[in-house]
Design a protein around this ligand. Structure first.
Ligand SMILES: NC(=O)c1ccc[n+]([C@@H]2O[C@H](COP(=O)([O-])OP(=O)(O)OC[C@H]3O[C@@H](n4cnc5c(N)ncnc54)[C@H](OP(=O)(O)O)[C@@H]3O)[C@@H](O)[C@H]2O)c1
Length: 247
């Protein structure tokens, strides 16, 4: 059996902000049968996650970022983390119908060759599968590892989160609240600031675009609180900003 396979293809290497015209739709076909002896897995892609590191992949190959992210190839589908259902499997750990998380193409069907440690079988299917592109996907792992492992917070501390309304920042803020911290976030619009306070449970938030002096803004917040803690934690977060929280 064959099916059409719609793909999102990179037209040319992107410079500057990505535009719709940098991409194209291409329709190919896929055969629902893997070659005998193959340990590949054919999947139907259900959810695709759009993450900031993908911008690095869109640029011309650059040795300084190659270790972080291999460049996409013009004319080929772009790829990233997604949630997929197994259609055919030559791999002993996967069978038809299994759900899988990992790197797949931005296309309806992907043949995953080889399976790597960046793929795993989804065991918990009693939650919305889309969570595996957010809370249970890369943004969630980034927020979790960055906050708990790198920042090592303690209950009662004050936590400052920049880019707080983004995929990672909003989770860091919520983890911090669950830990019993006082949480201040910054974002780039009034709507985002409102969202932080009304939906994501931040204790306070401000629009950094209305603060010409970020240090002064942070000082102002710290003075409202048990002062020195905010600054010490902000410095620690600043030192580790690549992990989860960026300034
Ligand atoms: N998502 C992941 O899985 C992951 C993994 C590893 C590392 N990271 C890093 O963690 C940071 C946050 O990632 P995220 O997934 O939370 O990103 P996101 O959801 O795309 O949010 C990023 C936020 O950054 C702010 N921003 C500031 N300058 C920007 C610009 N020039 N273009 C676009 N946004 C801009 C925007 O908020 P304002 O309007 O409030 O400025 C935006 O909402 C990034 O540095 C990312 O590379 C993310």
């Amino acid at each position: 059996m064959t099916a059409t396979n719609k793909q999102v293809v990179l037209k040319n290497y992107v410079s500057g902000f990505p535009k719709e015209s940098d991409f194209d739709f291409k329709t190919t076909t896929v055969e629902f049968k893997l070659p005998g002896g193959s340990n590949s897995v054919l999947v139907k892609n259900l959810y695709l996650s759009c993450d900031p590191y993908m911008r690095i992949r869109m640029g011309k190959p650059d040795p300084s970022t190659a270790a972080l992210a291999q460049a996409y190839a013009p004319g080929k589908p772009i790829f990233g983390y997604g949630v997929s259902r197994v259609i055919e499997s030559g791999h002993p750990d996967y069978k038809k119908g299994d759900l899988l998380w990992g790197i797949v193409g931005w296309e309806e069907y992907s043949v995953i060759t080889p399976m790597t440690h960046m793929h795993f079988k989804i065991q918990h299917t009693d939650i919305p599968l889309s969570y595996y592109t957010g809370l249970l996907g890369m943004p969630g792992m980034t927020a979790y590892a960055g906050f708990y492992e790198v920042c090592s917070p303690k209950e009662g501390e004050t936590v400052y989160v920049s880019a707080a309304s983004g995929a990672v920042g909003q989770l860091v803020g919520q983890f911090a609240k669950m830990m019993g911290c006082y949480v201040v976030g910054s974002a780039g619009s009034t709507e985002k600031v409102d969202l932080l306070k009304t939906k994501f449970g931040f204790d306070d938030a401000f629009n950094y675009k209305e603060e010409p002096d970020l240090s002064a803004a942070l000082k102002r917040f710290s003075e409202l609180l048990i002062s020195k803690r905010l600054m010490s934690l902000t410095v620690r977060i600043g030192l580790h900003k690549k992990a989860a929280i960026h300034n």
